[in-house]
Design a protein around this ligand. Sequence first.
Ligand code: MRU
Length: 371
Amino acid sequence: MDDQSVTPQANDQLRGVPALSAALRWEEPPEGPEGAVLVLLDQTRLPAEEVELVCTDVQALVAAISTLAVRGAPLLGLAGAYGVALAAARGYDVDEAAALLSGARPTAVNLSRGVRRAYDAYRAALSAGADVPAATAVALSEARALHAEDARASESMAAHGLALLERLVPGGGYRVLTHCNTGALVSGGRGTAFGVALAAHREGRLRRLWVDETRPLLQGARLTAYEAARAAMPYTLLADNAAGSLFAAGEVDAVLVGADRIAADGSTANKVGTYPLAVLARHHGVPFVVVAPTTTVDPATPDGASIEVEQRPGHEVTELPGAAVPVAPLGTQAYNPAFDVTPPDLITAVVTETGVASPVDAASIAELVAG
Ligand code: MRU
C-alpha cells in the first residue's frame, strides 16, 4: 500500500487555520486573584466546536477532569497545580481541594504530583509566615513554573525522539502509528509522542501518521486527527482493530505513544489499547517507543501490577460517545478500563526530556529520572 492508495483526508479546510486555543489558562481580573478563573478548552466538544469551559471553583474543575473535558497526563498535572491556586485564591479549603483534585482520576501520576507541588509550596509559604494572599501567589507561581517546565520538556522530548527515530528507522520517510492523543491538547507545549511526530513532519521526514481512533472515547479520531489536520500532517485514521492488518502489510515503521504512569521498572500505563499495539509491534519487529516527561515516571510505583487502572462507566462502551445512542442491548454489562499496562520488555525505548532509556529497565529508568 503506498500513499496514493490511502483514503484521502478531508482536512483541507483546516489547513492554515490559527493554532489551537491553549488547552488551559489562568485568568484573573485587575482587582486581584479573588476573581480568578481557570479556563479550559472543553475537549469533549472537539472537533465539532472549540468551546471554553470557565472553572470558577474546584468542584467544576474536578467535574471537568472526571468527564475528560481536560485530560492527558501532563495537562492533568497542570490542572491539578492551578486547581490548588484557584482554591486558595477563591478562599476554599485548600486541604479539601487538594484531596478532591488528587482523587479525581487515579492513573496519571502527573495529577496528584501537580496538586502536591502547588499544595506543598502553599503550605510552606504559610509556615514561613506568609499571609493567605502571599501563599496563594506562591501556589500560582509554582503552577506557572510547572507549566513552563512542561513546555520546555515537550521541546526536549521532540529533539530526543527525533534523533531516536533516525537511529531506529534510518533514512526518514517514517510511517508512525500512534494511539490516543498526546499533542498540544495535553501539554503546556507541543506534547509528547505527537510532538515527536510533528517535529518529524516539520523536518520533512514524516511519511504518514497512522492515528488509532481510540475506542471508546475516540481521543485519536476526535483530537489527534484534529491536531494533525491543523498541522497539515499526512495522517490516516484507522479503527483500533485495523492495526493488526496494517502491521502485517508492513506499513508501520515505529509506534510512538505517551504514558500516564511509568513504574520504576519501566512498566507503562497508557490509554487502553496500547498494550495490544506493543504485542503487535514485537511480533512484527517494529520499534515501540514511549514518550513522556519525567513527571510521568513514578519511582514510588515499583511495577505494572502496582498501577491503579481507572475503571470508567460502562455506558462509554455501550453508547456512542457524545450521544446517548445505544450500540448494545439495554442492560449490557461493559468492561471499560481507561488504561492498560505494557511491560518493559515490550518497550524499545522510553524518551523523556532528559534523554532515552533503552533497554527499558529499572536502572535505565532511574537514570532518566536522575537526569
Ligand atoms: O483518558 P485520557 O484521555 O486522559 O488518556 C490520555 C492518555 O492515555 C495519553 O496517551 C497519555 O495521558 C499521555 S498524554 C501525553
